[in-house]
Design a protein around this ligand. Structure first.
Ligand code: HEM
Length: 500
């Protein structure tokens, strides 16, 4: 399109369609104050501010409407932000048939098309992650640790003590994918390069496809979405690896019963134990393993990449971390119990998530109660309203976190030691609260956070103890990319690493 007039007309047309859609569709939110203009066309400016500066936009509203609500425009709808403990607690405790986590996330990801309708209809995997995965963390810790050590050795081709320049994000993605899959599918599959690659690709492609499908009118989706979705392509590739494994487990279970000797203790087995009806079939289980991978890999890789950048950007943290890790490991070896004693490691992860996090919003829900959801302040949000809490603004509120724009890796361990009551879990990374939201809070708080914390802390401890990390030319920390509600670490930046 070379003709400048065509570009101007095209742009004007797009704005016009957008304005009409926004003006004539969606729930009536006229009672909720808006940031910027409420006029469909004029609010376009805030759409851009939301797309590229959600944290500043939300913080403006957070300050203006503390303990209240405000709305900000996304490209196709309004998002209502809820602030203050009282109202946020109501989101955390609301039942699914009033404020729906699943409708919100399934629309965002277009889960039916990108991951299969079985995942939408039956979410038993969340229970399996919450119970079986968590319960097995201590007994399977030696395997997780073994995979971390082997994966670091395999993906970092050192020659002697030279600095090695690596793409941080891609390298960490390999390590996270292998380590997670040691628990999900076991050896040797967790090390298969194609299996790793397809999971990594799926983790990226679901989000992209979801966004494209979202902009299609609903009536066109059944016809066009299958072509945009990575599902069939990835499922076919994954089936080559997983189908024989799952078939063998079914065959042995039939022959020898549920508790046959040497029955693998991994996610496939735990899913098989809980799956019912159509979900207890080979293709459905293959899809389910892929879906748990999707939930685990991108989230953990983004988080670990942020931490690697934070280690390089804050070298003053390295020595105290090394001292803590080596004194505990010398006395206790590498166990989950030993990891639990590493307060500084836990704190570093918690602070990295507070400071950056993988998003600027948390607790996304959709109002699905037919006559709307009424909060205790008397405001009723109509059916179909999308709500969130402005996580980044909460995490950078000086009344909650003093000097919030200072990265203090030991902020949480200091708070923990200052308030230590026997048995308290306060200020640990796995403890969600209305002031600490990287894993959400309430009914749908991430069930994988116990595993994620063990994996990420064990990876951090291994990295810090065995390697030095710095930026190329000792440059600054690569900037995060803020895109709508996402906060992505720079995925193209390189770091330098060497063996100690
Ligand atoms: C650092 C890594 C991770 C982060 C930051 C993260 C974050 C989140 C968040 C914010 C939610 C939604 C909570 C809410 O809205 O209240 C969530 C849900 C979920 N996460 Fe994670 N997660 C991580 C790792 C994992 C891992 C490793 C697994 C699996 C082993 C996992 C499985 C899930 C599942 C299944 C849900 C849906 C929960 C439900 O159905 O109620 N996550 N996660």
């Amino acid at each position: 399109m070379d003709d400048p007039k065509a570009i101007v007309y095209g742009f004007a047309g797009a704005v016009g369609i957008y304005a009409l859609l926004k003006a004539f569709s969606g729930p009536d939110l006229s009672a909720i104050p808006a940031l910027g203009s409420t006029n469909a066309i004029l609010s376009f400016r805030e759409v851009f501010r939301y797309l590229f500066g959600a944290k500043e936009l939300c913080t403006e509203g957070y300050k203006k409407y503390p303990r209240g609500m405000f709305k900000i425009p996304a490209i196709d709808r309004w998002n209502v932000m809820i602030t203050g403990h009282d109202l946020m607690e109501e989101i955390a405790t609301a039942p699914e048939n009033e404020l729906s986590f699943y409708e919100s996330i399934n629309e965002f990801l277009q889960t039916g098309y990108t991951c299969g309708w079985g995942i939408v209809k039956d979410t038993y995997h969340a229970g399996v992650v919450r119970t079986s995965v968590t319960r097995n963390l201590s007994v399977l810790f030696p395997e997780v640790r073994d995979e971390i050590v082997t994966a670091f050795d395999d993906v970092l081709p050192f020659q002697g003590k030279e600095w090695l320049t690596i793409p941080a994000f891609d390298t960490m993605m390999q390590i996270v994918c292998r380590t997670s899959n040691r628990l999900f599918v076991g050896l040797p599959l967790c090390r298969d390069p194609d299996f790793t690659k397809l999971n990594v690709e799926y983790a990226m492609d679901v989000i992209i496809a979801g966004q494209f499908i979202n902009v299609l009118p609903a009536f066109l989706r059944p016809y066009i979405a299958p072509f945009l979705s990575p599902r069939n392509r990835i499922l076919k590739r994954a089936s080559k690896h997983l189908t024989p494994v799952v078939e063998e487990r079914f065959r042995k279970t039939e022959e020898l019963g549920e508790k046959y000797p040497d029955r693998p203790n991994d996610l496939i087995t735990w899913l098989m134990d809980e799956a019912r009806g159509d979900e207890r079939t080979v293709p459905a289980l293959v899809q389910r393993v892929l879906f748990v991978n999707f939930a685990a890999i991108r989230t953990s890789t983004d988080t670990f990449t942020h931490m690697v950048y934070d280690i390089a950007a804050h070298p003053e943290h390295v020595e105290p971390l090394r001292q803590e890790i080596s004194s505990i490991v010398t006395n206790e070896g590498w166990t989950r119990a030993a990891l639990n004693k590493m307060y500084k490691v836990d704190s570093f992860l918690a602070e990295s998530q507070r400071f950056h996090g993988i998003g600027t919003l948390s607790m996304g829900r959709k109002v699905v109660k037919k006559d709307g959801f009424t909060f205790s302040n008397g405001t009723t949000l109509p059916y179909g309203t999308y709500i969130h809490s402005p996580m980044w603004s909460i995490h950078h509120d000086p009344e909650i976190y003093p000097d919030p724009s200072v990265f203090d890796g030991f902020r949480f361990s200091k708070m923990r030691q200052a308030t230590e009551e026997p048995g308290t879990s306060k200020y640990q990374v796995i403890t969600t609260s209305l002031d600490y939201l990287p894993f959400g809070h309430g009914r749908h708080a991430c069930p994988g956070r116990f595993f994620a914390a063990v994996e990420l802390k064990a990876m951090l401890a291994h990295l810090v103890l065995n390697y030095d990390v710095r930026f190329v030319d000792n440059g600054p920390r690569p900037k995060n990319h803020y895109m709508a509600s996402a906060c992505l670490p720079d995925s193209l930046a390189q770091v330098q690493i060497r063996k100690r």
